[in-house]
Design a protein around this ligand. Structure first.
Ligand code: FAD
Ligand code: NAI
Length: 510
């Protein structure tokens, strides 16, 4: 066995060295000519977004086949699975972001990145309108303006041959009064910074009030609405933070501070196996995390959450939950641009929750717009796993389309009957190689607090494993590290975990 151990260690070291070499020696990104070596015009692919779908497409695309332009207000990729660990400082924000330009440089051809958001798309003209927009990790969106007294936003247009629409989704508020004004979300980096700031502001402010004061109790109440994986993981992380670290800095805070998780349905984590749901709920009970199921939030104001509780007999009761920090994590809704695109296309008239796409990820009713990830509505869940697989598929699909396009061009240029027969055969083969997208579900993982996680794993069509506990927690960590894009971020995340184990999480506001 020692030989096997040595071999696997050597193998891992060689792989790591190769990955590091690739990261520190990016491709030269030489500007590409408008024509390909075979004389055909090089088409333009515009990728909108820098999230899971967009970056997966970019990373797997042979960028020498196209002029590739990436447009996104966020100049980095965010590894969302570890975002719930950021507000508490378990993970440093910088450890889970990769610059778009670094990712672009790891591809063979030149890639242009524009820090902007698309504000309009003219599907008929194949033209995008973009506006400079910069997403800051701590303070949200900023726009650089130009001009003298009358400052104007910087606006430009870009023509595309193919558009990859991967702008994700926004948190759904369902029009519930007060959410937009008073609640924090957990979708982006700045959201994590806002939640942390609020936690500390309320804790520090509460220390000025007498112990038995109702206002002190309210300030120390953290309410998380939505018992999907986002809400569960965040509530668990905050509870860990209070019990394991804040209690060392602010003695007694662990008995005064409360974390409440509010869920409209009878259970949390509804997509998981029922055994794991029960296990999660039992861990919450042990941790004294206040779980309120069957509780539908109807309204919030600056101090209270107003909800309706469904009783077992069918009756309902109105409850008021005071809060100091409120987080809203009740799933996805479409972004305004997604709705604007859908409104232009007859085939999208019924698209309410996202764009409708076909089996090649082409947006129904268009011939050149592909959409993937959370901005679409399909039978697959809105997860990173799906967006990532769609990106891999789309990159290979675009390579096949380039081949088909080149062969059609060569056929149009050629007059030799023998060569034409050969080219036609190659074209038939290239067209036949275009297959529909097929999603392979590998399972779901979620952190539930106290160094425990739950996992619903799938191996092929034949095996399903549902497991929860401390070993699953170790599996959860190693699975997420292996999913990270670069060696640098993998190392940073592991060192964050070691740092927290040795020193604990810190208690600075920023
Ligand atoms: P996103 O990753 O959201 O990317 C959208 C991109 O579009 C962003 O770069 C944004 O800046 C950009 N953009 C927005 N508007 C415009 C515009 N007008 N023009 C140009 N660009 C624009 N899934 C899992 O499978 N496993 C997990 O463990 C997991 N954990 C999660 C934890 C949290 C806290 C959250 C919020 C989500 C989690 N998910 C997880 C879900 C996963 O993150 C999403 O399904 C995934 O991010 C979807 O990828 P996307 O590319 O569609 O969108
Ligand atoms: P979600 O859609 O999974 O869950 C939202 C929850 O909010 C639902 O259970 C819903 O019943 C509840 N809700 C809705 N309105 C409510 C109201 N008014 N009052 C109280 N509760 C209400 O959303 P989430 O967690 O943001 O996840 C979005 C997507 O991202 C999902 O596909 C999820 O699987 C994925 N994700 C996966 C993670 C993982 O695998 N670890 C982590 C985070 C997200």
């Amino acid at each position: 066995t020692w030989r096997l151990t040595w071999l696997s260690l050597l193998g891992s070291a060689a792989y790591l060295t190769y990955e590091v070499y690739k990261e520190v020696n990016p491709s030269p990104q030489i500007p590409q000519s408008p024509l390909k070596p075979n004389g055909n015009r090089r088409k333009t692919v515009v990728i909108l977004g820098s999230g899971w779908g967009a970056v997966s497409t970019l990373k797997h695309l042979d960028t020498s086949l196209y002029n590739v332009v990436v447009v996104s207000p966020r100049n980095y990729f965010l590894f969302t699975p570890l975002l719930p660990s950021v507000p508490t400082g378990t993970i440093d924000l910088k450890s889970i972001i990769d610059p778009v330009r670094t990712i672009a440089k790891s591809t063979p051809g030149e890639v242009k990145y524009l820090e902007a958001e698309a504000t309009d798309i003219d599907i008929a003209k194949k033209q995008l309108t973009i506006q400079h927009s910069s997403y800051s990790a701590t303070s949200g969106v900023h726009h650089v303006t130009i001009g003298g007294d009358e400052a104007k936003p910087i606006v430009a247009t870009i023509d595309y041959d193919y558009l990859v629409f991967a702008i994700g989704a926004q948190t759904a508020t369902f029009g519930i009064p007060g959410i937009e004004k008073y609640a924090y979300y957990l979708k982006e980096t700045a959201d994590a910074a806002r939640i942390r700031r609020s936690l500390f502001e309320t804790i520090e402010a509460s220390q000025l009030l007498p112990k038995d004061s109702e206002e002190r109790k309210r300030l120390l109440s953290v309410v998380v609405c939505g018992g999907g994986p986002t809400g569960v993981e965040l509530a668990a992380e905050i509870k860990d933070y209070i019990d394991e670290d804040l209690s060392r800095f602010v003695p007694g805070i662990e008995t005064e501070m409360s974390v409440t998780l509010v869920e409209a349905l009878p259970n949390v984590l509804n997509a998981f196996n029922h055994k794991l749901i029960e296990y999660t709920e039992s861990i919450f009970e042990k941790q004294q995390l206040d779980l309120r199921v069957n509780t539908m939030v109807k309204k919030v104001d600056d101090k209270n959450v107003y909800a309706t509780v469904k009783k077992s007999g069918g009756d309902t009761e109105n409850v008021t939950i005071p809060y100091g920090t409120l987080v809203w994590a009740t799933g996805n809704g479409p972004r305004p641009l997604t709705k604007a695109v859908a409104a232009q296309i007859e085939e999208q008239k019924t698209a309410r929750r996202g764009l409708l796409i076909g089996e090649h990820l082409l947006v129904d009713g268009t011939d050149s717009v592909f959409a993937l990830g959370d901005c679409t509505f399909t039978k697959n869940p809105p997860t990173a796993q799906v967006a990532h697989q769609e990106g891999i598929y789309l990159a290979s699909h675009l390579a096949k389309l380039s081949k088909v396009d080149d062969l059609k061009y060569l056929i149009a240029q050629n007059t030799d009957p023998e060569q034409l027969v050969r080219l036609q055969r190659r074209l038939d083969r290239a067209q036949a190689s275009i297959q529909p997208f097929k999603y392979t579900h590998q399972g779901a993982l979620a952190y539930i607090g106290s160094e425990r996680a739950v996992a619903d794993l799938v191996w092929g069509d034949w095996s399903n494993v549902s497991t929860g506990g401390s070993l699953t927690f170790l599996f959860w960590r190693s699975a997420y590290v292996s999913m990270m894009l670069g060696v640098r971020t993998k190392i940073l995340v592991v060192s964050d975990w070691i740092k927290v184990k040795v020193f604990g999480r810190d208690c600075s506001k920023e």
